[in-house]
Design a protein around this ligand. Structure first.
Ligand code: FEO
Length: 405
């Protein structure tokens, strides 16, 4: 893909990764992009690099616009491998460039690379550099989502280079939000944003709200937001800001996600009348079988719904391993504002439902107890109990949802 001009003399010089499906364990069925940007001002400036296997791609893109040895400044907004791993190759071509990076970023860079010969300047929130016609303003965003993370604002172009924030894991030929929507749909783009937020940014809602408030206090006018993954928000940058504010304040749909696994179909059979009970209370339901779907998809569905029921068979007096894996991943994301419950089957001794509630308790989520359990295989009476539990749970979800309206 050729460089794409997003503002006069400011170019996307990144790479499209059509094939990646496992992004450090986060399943990416649509691939992703690694976005970095080149400004052809008096001092040629590169913002971020790309994953190392695409180093040659970004270097070719840069060479289409300039001789890389002419790069004077390199801004490193984030040191995770997918953005910084090509810096060694770039520095070999532009050894006199000055790197601008946060203090935490510098510490990490020193661990990943031999930086002894590189010119490095540590920057903090509010620091600026003039590169000719343009001024770059740096904004530290620690823990969004690494300690080193920062953003760069280009004042004259009202352009925010937002690094991971506001991104999406989606490989496409579209570089901009309006192009994506005309090729696919606004709903598909929103779904990609939610998937990314749920799996990466869910723990940081309060930080996100505070950082957006900081940007507003600084009075920065924003005309375009260019993240390091997915499309650039040129048509409607406030759409993504408002989506982030909604997600950071716990917005969810009035829906229940049923996330389950099963050994001999008993737990699966329970999920059917539970689903029907929820539906008959007028609440939407999404059912996800864990062994048929990646955990990252289950987390997205958990995040989109106000309520979640987890169904697990009992294996060796414990919850099923895929359920344990899902709950471990979910716990790390520190979910809030979701009502939860559990159901499951067992043979001679229970254990799974108790284990699931114990995990939810550790997460501090509000629960509907005691859930529902079935020995061996659901009888017609058990199926009625499951249906009643579904209705009761949906009714509680409707009440709980009102707190967030
Ligand atoms: Fe896209 Fe935190 O790296």
């Amino acid at each position: 893909m050729k460089p794409t001009e997003l503002k006069p003399e400011i170019y996307w010089v990144g790479a499209i990764d059509w094939a990646v499906r496992d992004f450090h364990g986060y399943v990416t069925p649509n691939g992703t992009t690694y976005n970095n940007y080149l400004i052809l001002d008096d001092q040629i400036t590169l913002l971020d690099t790309v994953k190392h296997e695409f180093s040659g791609v970004t270097i070719r893109n840069i060479k289409r616009l300039t001789d890389p040895s002419k790069i004077k400044n390199i801004v490193i907004n984030h040191i995770e491998n997918d953005h910084v791993a090509s810096i060694g190759d770039i520095m070999n071509l532009a050894p006199d460039a000055t790197i601008y990076i946060s203090e935490h970023g510098k510490k990490g860079l020193d661990r990943f690379f031999d930086t002894t010969r590189w010119n490095i300047r540590i920057v903090r929130t509010g620091d600026t550099i003039s590169i000719g016609k343009r001024t770059l303003l740096f904004l530290e965003t620690p823990m969004l989502h690494w300690p080193d993370s920062m953003m760069t604002y280009i004042k004259e172009d009202k352009l925010l280079i937002s690094q991971d924030a506001f991104g999406q894991h989606y490989a496409s030929a579209a570089r901009f939000d309006d192009e994506f929507i005309s090729c696919f749909s606004a709903a598909e783009l929103e779904d990609a944003v939610k998937d990314y937020y749920a799996n990466i940014l869910m723990p940081f809602g309060t930080l996100i709200k505070n950082k957006i408030a900081d940007i507003q206090k600084l009075g920065l006018e924003i005309d375009m937001i260019a993240p390091d993954h997915g499309v650039i928000w040129r048509k409607d940058p406030f759409k993504i800001i408002n989506m982030y504010l909604d997600m950071a304040t716990g917005k969810a749909d009035l829906r229940v996600a049923i996330i389950y696994d099963t050994m001999w179909h008993s737990t699966e059979q329970m999920s059917v009348p539970i689903m029907q009970g929820i539906k008959d209370q007028g609440v939407d339901v999404k059912v996800v079988k864990l062994r048929a779907n990646p955990i990252s998809l289950a987390v997205k569905e958990f995040w989109k719904a106000r309520g979640c029921l987890v169904g697990s068979p009992t294996l060796n007096n414990s919850m099923f391993p895929t359920i344990a894996e899902f709950l471990t991943y979910l716990k790390g994301l520190r979910p809030k504002g979701r009502l939860v419950g559990a159901f499951g089957s067992y043979g001679w001794m229970g254990g799974a439902v108790k284990d699931v509630y114990e995990e939810f308790r550790k997460m501090g989520l509000e629960m509907v107890e005691q859930g529902v359990q079935v020995i061996y295989k659901p009888s017609p009476e058990d199926e009625q109990n499951c249906y009643d539990f579904g209705r009761e749970f949906a009714s509680r979800v409707k009440e709980y949802h009102k707190y967030f309206e």
